[in-house]
Design a protein around this ligand. Sequence first.
Ligand code: ATP
Ligand code: MG
Length: 531
Amino acid sequence: MRIKKNDLLPSTRWSIVYIVVIPVVVCIFAGWNAYQRISEFEQAHYRVAKSTTEIVASEISKRIKDRQRSLSVFAKREEKLLYAISRSPDNEKLKIELNNKIKESFPNYFAVSLADREGIPIIDDFDGFVGELCEEDLKLHAKGMPQPMRVHPNTQQYHIDIIVTWNHDDGKAKNEINGGLLFVSFVPDFLFRLLELSNAPRHELMLINNTIKDLIEITEIGSRIILDRNDYRLTEEEKKRILFSSPVENSAWDLVAFRDETLFSEYRNYIISFNVFLLSFFILVSILMVALLLRIEKRRISAEETKEEMFSLFNHDLRAPLNSIFGFLEIFTATDLCTKNPEKCKHLANRAFDNSLVMREIIDDILDVQKMEAGEMSFDFGEIEIISVIKDTVEMNESHAQMNNVNLLVLSDESVIYIKADERRIKQAITNLLSNAIKYSPVNETVTVSIDREKSGVTISVSDNGPGIEEDFQALVFNKFAQSKSKLTRRVGGTGLGLAIVKHIIDAHKGVVTFKTDPDKGTTFIINLEF
Ligand code: ATP
Ligand code: MG
């Protein structure tokens, strides 16, 4: 397959494909990796929440059982006293004794009371702390049903009740009360301290009532009375933060672990921003690499074009004058023209000389362009008097103008203007402009070179009355090998290097070269040089 000059090389095309594919692959990988890491993080927190709630829930039920056991032991030990109170519920002395004994065994108890076997309180509420829930629990216990542990609201202290059965039979009283229920209310501080100590970092444990929907019972700061909120039920937002929930045996509670509000979003944001950064970096590197590759390709294509232009230059512009020189030399050596007709011989020798000059100019231009591109064109800057330099240049081109029947004219209001420039290169640039102006000027017309002093420099204009430069071509005139296809200008020869060399020389002088053109009036090339 033949690759067209302007096509990208297959290797470059594939490199670009790879460079574009890599960020896509990185993008997929980054997305997958982000998803994995986020779900691993969330799973790890679920696992921690699961094991914490399971362990703490069993610890809570163990501690409650321990209290029940201790109270049963107490009731057994004090059955006589309990019996005595049940027989004389108004005996204040006995009640005080019971209170004191309870205080000794359970220092942080809140209230104590006695009930009969049916759960009906025997003594009027000791301290007025027996509420509806307490009575319900007593009845449940009396019916032999497990009393679910729950928080009992109270104006003074939200508490939990532990109820045990006691018996006393001294054989005397047949129909009298010889057993009943003892219950002691406890401040649930042992529970909230346990919650506080067992919390995993950025997790919060709460005991939630599972019979009254979403009711908060105990948090790590205490039972719900001390919470700073109007509603003790879980909000929808709180429900979304539940990581795991384990039921607490023999209670109306679920132990629930919540994550804090920003735990997952913070990590998600961190992972996403990290991956976005990584991806942006890859995309940026890819864009830079594609840009670099395209730049290299552009240079390659331009080198390719230059090579082709060179071949066509050698083929046409150098071969033609060389062939004619060859022809003349053949005549001189193979015939006796020079002895027989010296005049004709001289004429042909002059034409051969002119052709060799053309060839030298072309070769000089090619070498200049080559130096230009390698950045090796040499300049020798010095103080020069520009008017005399221009006049010299015009004089040098006089014979060329005469051969084309064109007049040359230099105009300047000044006598001397000094600027800093390379005289040889300025002459070369002006010669190139003159050569074009002479080439395109109609016969017997005048090519004018004007030199004007400006505020900060000098302006040199080369004007002709030629056909002008057509609009389509104007943007290309300073490109190397650029030659108009127009019928008006293509009849004259040239390589298309002259103006590219002019531009390079003037750029090296930090000057500006522009042109004005009009099909009816001709063309003026203008050079501005600083002092
Ligand atoms: P070279 O100068 O290398 O012998 P060239 O004259 O064709 O060849 P340039 O001097 O670079 O190349 O000019 C490029 C093209 O610009 C010319 O071929 C011509 O089409 C156009 N051009 C340049 N000067 C003039 C002008 N004064 N009038 C009309 N067209 C011009
Ligand atoms: Mg030219």
